[in-house]
Each structure stands twice: as C-alpha cells, then as structure tokens.
Design a protein around this ligand. Structure first.
Ligand code: ADP
Length: 638
C-alpha cells in the first residue's frame, strides 16, 4: 500500500460516492482531511511516474520526466530525496595544500563530522593565538623594560615594541589558513539532499572559485577558502533535479555527463580571467541521482550522450495531463486542497462547497469528458487566490463564493487579453451578433491555451481574369487555401459553377493578437464562401468551429469549451460544433443559458442552420443543404 488514500472516519458508500462531487467524503472543511507526511504520498495521479521514482530510488537510477509544466515533476524529485537513505550523507571539507596552494585538498567525512572538524581547527587556532599573544606581550614587556630601565631610551622601546607587535600579527595570518573550508554541510539535514539546478549557470551547477582581489602581499584569501560547491556537489548522495534540461548549454551538459560517469568532479574557477581559474581542487564527490525534466522537445535538444546515459542506466517516464474522474480521485483532489492549504500555512480552511468548486474547475480544465486536470500547479494557484480573497475579508473559512471570485481573477494572461479584446470590440460594435449578412461568418479560435476568441471571416467571390486565386490575409493563407479547396471539391459535384475559376478573397477580421489556430476555422471559411457565391445571408447570432474534410464531414477540433464561452461572451446565441467534440464541452453554468450548442457532423447541416431562409428549389444551396455524407459519396462515385 502506498498510503495515499484519504483518511476519513466515516465509511464511504460507493453508490452515493459515484455522483457525489467529493466522492462520498463527509466533511465540514479541509481540517477533517489528513495530509500524508511523506511527499510521495501527497502526489496525486501520476501512478506510473510515482512507481518509477520509488523503484529508481531503491536502485539509484537516473530518471527522465517528460510532461507539461506543473504536473508534479519537481515534487516527485523532491519526494525521491526523502526516500533515499540519510545514513550515507557526507560532509566535504577543502584544505589548504602546503605543496601547491592552487590545488586544495578535498576530504569527505560522515555527515555532522565536518562542523566538528572545523570547530576543532578553530579552537586550536584560538589557543595558538592566545599562546602567541601571551608570548608577544611578555617579549614586549621585556624589551620595553630593557629599553626604559637599562638603555634609558623611550623611543627605541616604543619602536621595538611596535615591530614585535606587527611581526606577531602578520605571522598569525598564516595559521588561519590551516582552518578547512566546509564545502558541503549535511549536519542538519533531515533527508538526503534535493538540489534544483533548473536554469543554473555554470558556476552554480559545477562549482566555482571566487576571485581574489588581493592576490599577494599577505592580504590574500587562501585559495581553498574561496572554493564554492556547485549543485552537483551539494546533491551528493541525494537528488539533482534539472528542469528544461535542453536549455542547459552543451558544455555544461558535457561536464554534467563527466560528473555522472566519474562520480566526482574537481572545482575550478568558471570565469576565465579571474584568479579563481588558476585554482583546481582535488575531485569532489558527485554521487547523485539525476532527475532531468522537460517537455517533448526537451529531448530533441538534449545532449545525445546524456540522453542515452539516462536511457541506458535509468528510466524515462511521461507525466499525465489528466486522470479519470472517479470518486476515489475526487477524494484525492479534496485532499489536494487540504495539502495546498497546509503547504501555504496562512490560508483559511476550505469548506465543502469551496472544495467542490475547485473539483469542478479541475473537471473543466481537463478539457476532456470524464477527466480531471493534473496541471495541479495552476489549480493550486486557484486555491491560493481563493484563500487570499477569504483572508482579505477576514473570513474563517473559504467558501464557494471566494472560489468563484478567484476564478475571475486567476485568468491566464491570454484569457485576460481575449476578454479585454472582446470588451473593446463590443465598444466599437465591430462584433455583429444579430441579423443576416452575406459572406460573413462568426468563426471561433483559441488564443494561448485556455481562452477562446470570436474571429469573424469574410469572403468575397469575384470573376477571375486568369486562373482563380485564393487571397487571404496574414498567416492564415495556407489554411484558407485548404478550406477553399475542400469546399470547391464539394461544390463541383453539385453545380456547374467552378470556383477554381474565380478569385476568392478571404479576410479574417483582425484579432488583437496572433497565434490563432489553423484548420478549426475551415467550416467557417467554407460557409462564408458558399454564402458569398450564392449571395445568401448568414445568421450572425450564430458562431461556429469545425474542421472540414473533402467529403464534407465536419471533423473535431480543439478548445471547444473556450470557444463556446467566447461566443457567449460576444453575444451569440447559437454555436455549431463538431459532433465528435460534443463530449468535450464543459462550459461554466453561467454560459449554459446564454447559448444553444448545436453538434453537427456534415457541412450540409451547417448550411441548413447558418444560411438565411429557404433556399430556392434546385439551387446549389438547396442541393448542398439536402445532402449527407453518404449521398455525397454516392454522387462522387456515380
Ligand atoms: P513541475 O515540476 O512538473 O513543473 P511541480 O512539481 O513544481 O511541477 O508542481 C508545483 C506544485 O503543484 C507542487 O508543489 C504541488 O503543490 C502541486 N502539484 C503539481 N503536481 C502535483 C501532483 N501530481 N500531486 C499533487 N500536487 C501537485
């Protein structure tokens, strides 16, 4: 048993649990939920990655974790460090080398011994200094006495005393250099080290030797005292975590390889012109387990040797983005809220309804029916913002209202931009959301990852002088061409019109930002073209998204939830989506009454819904409206 079940007093009735948002948990607030002690037991989902981490900790293997940000990669790495034996921890000391000051000696001792050794050396130095001072004052007294009483010369006495004083001071400096530098101190560690070297520069990763501004003349700091440990040394016997491993420069990756292979790595000054570059220590142990992380393209830019090293001697795992929405999982999400409250330390507890609202949001953010999002860093952000709002109101508990308010505030940058943009366009009445217009269709697109935007498309068809052209604005040219091609294949079968002999102008009414996705607008373009070609109006209270096949099938697209919400915000009352996306719709309650969602599977249905009035008998539109996918296929064959 991995011990990560939610601990509760009441027995759970599985039948009730099925429909219950908290999975059958009977609790008043997060106070009633026990948070497991070990980090590895706090991890939600990611069963595979968790098993790998536990196995790799036992076998001391490296791990490569690939997945979206905020899904628990660094959390698992830290959890691994808690699983490693604490008994093996070591302290590392750097000593002055009397034979070669630029080649300090390195010694490792069991954890806790390092401090004692340094203390002993300091004590000895203190005693020695005391002895020296004692001796010094005696000599000064004798010399002064001699000068005053025997030679009867005050000036000579003071001069001699001064020289003796300086000689002693200067001489004692050397004895300080005998105190070793405690490079790595594990005396107070409760578990094996966890070092996060994400984005670390060479010095922070590989160790460094500080520059000495006074390189001679008795003022210099001895070189062993200027040596600094890198993350690879601090992670000795523990875990070295590096996210975005591909951003680490190749030279550092090579050196990291060496450290992994040799299990030790000398420290030298990293900046070439500093005095530190002359110094090189004896090898310092680097016996760590590496957890490298990144997204998919991290693997491409990673040093091949380093990658194959991990492959050959370790594990590679994918992180999940979502997980099945089961009662047990929802109980864990309730525990997640409790964990985040405990971790923050200043937030009020969440009441049951507030937890439910967070779980609803986890569902929504999954973007997939029957799933919960595992991008838990962001969900944790929602928990904190909700808690902060409650705190600012001096509330004892975080309630549903606080979470709802927080949702509004914790919108992503893209979402804020999109909302702002919609607002602005409403002001200028650029948005049309009623009546009919020829050649104009309200398309929908996704900006960033989590915000939809309404993107009207306008089409105009003109006779062409030469071979017909598709002329589109901006970077959407390619997509427009493809959409027109598909629609012209369909049109060809139903009319004598050959739109390849016409110029088709397509304009995407500019969005504030760029980054609009491609083919999810192809039914929009097709509808606009047919409307323009046949001079029939398009319902402007309607918005649509969907991809189009040559046969006229409407194919699924991404981001339907965000797109529908954008349509609703812009004032549309109906939205066409691909039937295959029906199960992905997870819009907020407030939008449910604002829009009617119409799932379709063929372009004929789109035209039927979008175009104005009854089509003239036997017109292209009439024929297109009445076909089905299979009819089209038959016509195509015949
Ligand atoms: P990553 O390294 O994948 O970017 P982190 O491990 O840094 O993500 O996650 C950030 C925070 O989000 C964690 O400290 C934890 O509070 C929460 N979190 C992320 N994933 C999980 C998970 N699978 N289970 C529980 N909490 C998680």
């Amino acid at each position: 048993d991995l011990g990560s079940d939610v601990e509760i007093d009441a027995e759970i009735d599985e039948e009730i649990a099925e429909d219950h948002l908290l999975g059958g948990l009977l609790i008043d607030s997060t106070d009633d939920i026990e948070v497991p002690e070990r980090l590895v037991d706090q991890v939600i989902g990611q069963e595979h990655a968790r098993d790998v981490v536990m196995k790799a900790a036992k076998q001391r293997r490296h791990v490569m974790m690939i997945g979206s940000p905020g899904t628990g990669k660094s959390m698992l790495a830290k959890a691994m460090s808690e699983l490693l034996p604490k008994e093996e921890l070591q302290d590392v000391l750097v000593y002055h080398n009397p034979d070669d000051g630029n080649n300090p000696k390195v010694r490792t001792v069991p954890a806790g011994k390092g401090e004692q050794i340094v203390e002993a050396h300091k004590e000895e130095a203190r005693k020695r200094n005391q002895m020296r001072s004692f001796l010094m004052w005696i000599i000064i007294a004798v010399v002064l006495g001699y000068a005053l009483l025997v030679a009867n010369n005050v000036l000579l006495g003071i001069l001699a005393a001064g020289i003796i004083y300086l000689a002693f001071r200067y001489g004692s400096r050397g004895s300080d250099s005998m105190i070793p530098n405690l490079l790595v101190n594990n005396a107070d560690e409760k578990s094996a080290p966890f070092e996060d070297a994400t984005g670390a520069h060479a010095g922070a990763l590989l160790g460094d030797v500080r520059h000495d501004p006074f390189q001679s003349g008795g003022m210099e700091t001895p070189s062993h005292d200027r040596v600094e440990a890198g993350a690879i040394h601090k992670a000795n016997k523990g875990v070295l975590f590096i996210d975005e491993i591909n951003t680490l420069d190749i030279r550092s990756q090579q050196k990291l390889m060496t450290a992994i292979q040799e299990g030790e790595f000398s420290i030298t000054g990293q900046s070439e012109r500093s005095s530190g570059a002359m110094v090189q220590t004896e090898p310092v142990p680097t016996d760590f387990i590496m957890i490298a992380a990144g997204n998919l393209d991290a693997m491409e830019n990673m040093h091949p040797a380093l990658r194959s090293r991990i492959k050959g001697y370790g594990y590679e795992v994918y992180m999940d983005d979502t997980i099945d929405d089961t009662p047990e999982m929802r109980r864990k999400y309730a525990r997640f809220v409790a964990q985040e409250v405990a971790k923050d330390g200043r937030l009020p507890s969440f009441d049951g309804e507030a937890i439910e609202e967070v779980i609803l949001e986890a569902r929504r953010r999954a973007g997939r029916k029957g799933h919960l999002t595992l991008e838990l860093r962001n969900l944790g952000g929602l928990v904190r913002v909700s808690g902060d709002i409650a705190r600012s109101q001096d509330a004892d508990l975080v309630t549903r209202e606080h979470v709802l308010e927080a949702k509004g505030r914790s919108r992503s940058i893209e979402q804020q931009l999109a909302d702002d943009y919609i607002e602005r366009r409403k002001d200028y009445e650029l948005q049309v959301a009623d009546g009919y217009e020829t050649g104009r269709v309200n398309g929908l697109a996704v900006m960033g990852e989590d915000s939809g935007i309404m993107l009207p498309v306008m089409a105009e068809v003109t006779p062409s002088q030469g071979p017909g052209q598709v002329i589109a604005t901006g970077q959407l040219q390619e997509m427009a061409e493809e959409a027109v091609q598909n629609v012209s294949a369909i049109i060809k079968k139903f009319s004598d019109e050959d739109i390849t002999e016409k110029d088709i102008h397509i304009q995407f009414v500019q969005t504030g930002g760029s980054g609009v996705d491609g083919d999810s607008a192809s039914i929009t373009v097709a509808t606009a073209v047919i409307s323009a070609l046949e001079d029939v109006g398009v319902d402007q209270s309607l918005a649509m998204t969907g991809s189009l096949s040559v046969r006229g099938d409407v194919l699924p697209v991404g981001g339907v939830t965000h797109k529908i919400e954008a349509a609703a915000k812009s004032g549309c009352t109906r939205v066409i989506i691909p039937k295959a996306n029906e199960q992905d719709v997870m819009i907020e309650d407030e939008y449910k009454e604002m829009v009617e969602i119409i799932p379709v599977s063929h372009i004929s249905e789109v035209l039927d819904i979008a175009l104005e009035g009854e089509a003239e008998k036997d017109s292209l539109v009439d024929r297109l409206k009445s076909i089905t996918g299979s009819a089209l296929e038959k016509t195509g064959e015949g």
